[in-house]
Design a protein around this ligand. Structure first.
Ligand code: FAD
Length: 349
């Protein structure tokens, strides 16, 4: 149950009292849904049940059956209904057209909560929708709950460099908006037999009024594109690796295990790994089955990005490293010896 928190006395203006329902923005790129949308539907279901309201997915996109086909998946992931807004202007994501679309939907159907993924697209859209609607937005939340006394959304997130957790409440406007990073919320069970009502909404959009134009769409076709948030196995390296040649030991073990390579912030700053591979508060949140942290102390800003792993193994010279306070396996020793030894052992299997 949500912990009671002390709130300043503010009365929700009368015009917002009719706002009902929990919405999740279904983010997709030309029909490929970002998994954070399903994760948010899992949390959204819980919030909607606590409030006794319906859970809806909001699907916007260009004309065509590939977008319409997503409505069945939206139902399968636990919603009661799916708002479907198709328009040629929405074929590619653009801030202005999607903001116009979302604000029209919100003003028409009046949800009390609107959740988006803290992805590049979700962050971009959430900020402009919140400022257009003049409502509050909590970015990068790690926890969401309901205060049943006044139906407010309790959005928690780390603050002051990760040293404090704060709970943010929107007292005076609706909808209450939040973004949540991929892999923070667990994936809900999928029930393909669960139907969702589809509510089609014809948006009034005009291409000539949209200032940005899409000239071409070039998919990122890199074969080694980091897929950190959804990797089952990750081997991460930190400052304890000492030099770039040693960081290769991390990459070698990752290759043997079929794992992704991760890194702490100092390893990224040293140029040993791309910024896309940074795990932690200002990097990615990951939830693998196994996370191996080599030469990483386990500072709180790193921990918040990886503590959702099913199992954590640390390799460190220092038995007192903070990582060992929460790791499942402690390998005490030098990374330059233990990484090749593990690599050899796994390669034999
Ligand atoms: P260190 O803390 O220096 O740890 C190195 C470890 O290696 C030590 O435990 C040491 O005992 C061990 N070691 C040394 N030599 C060896 C060896 N030969 N063999 C085995 N072990 C060895 N950090 C992140 O990682 N991700 C973030 O997203 C992030 N965001 C931040 C945001 C803010 C606002 C701030 C203030 C900080 C952030 N940080 C982040 C930095 C964070 O506070 C830590 O400084 C960082 O995580 C430490 O990285 P590290 O563990 O690689 O290095």
């Amino acid at each position: 149950a949500a912990k009671p928190i002390k709130k300043p006395k503010r009365v929700l203006p009368e015009r917002f009292k009719s706002y009902k329902g929990v919405w999740v923005f279904i983010e997709h790129e030309h029909g490929h849904v970002h998994p954070v949308s399903w994760e948010l539907l899992g949390k959204g279901r819980e919030l909607a049940d606590k409030l006794g309201v319906e859970l809806a997915g909001v699907l916007m996109g260009g004309d065509g059956d590939e977008i319409r086909a997503i409505t069945a998946e939206v139902g399968a992931h636990g919603t009661d209904l799916c708002y479907l807004a198709q328009h040629p202007v929405l074929h590619d994501y653009r801030n202005q057209s999607y903001t116009l679309g979302m604000t029209e939907l919100v003003n028409t159907y009046q949800p009390e909560i609107l959740l988006l993924g803290a992805t590049t697209q979700g962050r971009d859209l959430a900020g402009s929708v919140a400022t257009t609607l003049l409502t509050g937005l909590t970015a990068d939340c790690t926890g969401l709950d309901i205060d049943p006394s006044d139906r407010s959304l309790l959005s928690s997130r780390p603050t002051f460099g990760g040293s404090l957790m704060c709970t943010i409440v929107n007292l005076a406007t609706r909808p209450q908006m939040a973004t949540v990073r991929p892999r923070v919320m667990p994936m809900p069970a999928r029930d393909p037999a669960r139907p969702a009502r589809v509510v089609e909404h014809a948006l009034q959009l005009d291409e000539s009024a949209i200032v940005t134009k899409v000239l071409d769409f070039i998919p990122d076709a890199r074969a080694d594109k980091p897929q950190l948030p959804f990797a089952d196995f990750i081997v991460s390296g930190g400052r304890g690796l000492g030099k770039p040649e040693n960081f290769q030991l991390v990459a070698e073990l990752a290759r043997t295990l079929g794992a992704e390579v991760g890194a702490s912030r100092p390893a990224v700053h040293a140029g040993w790994a791309d910024a896309e591979r940074q795990v932690g508060q200002s990097g990615k949140t990951v939830r693998p089955k196994l996370y191996i942290a080599a030469g990483i102390s386990g500072a709180v800003q790193h921990r918040v990005g990886m503590e959702g792993a099913d199992a954590i193994a640390g390799i460190n010279l220092d038995p007192g490293a903070p990582l060992f306070d929460f790791a499942n396996y402690a390998l005490i020793g030098n990374v330059t010896e233990l990484l090749p030894a593990l690599d050899k052992a796994f390669a034999r299997r």
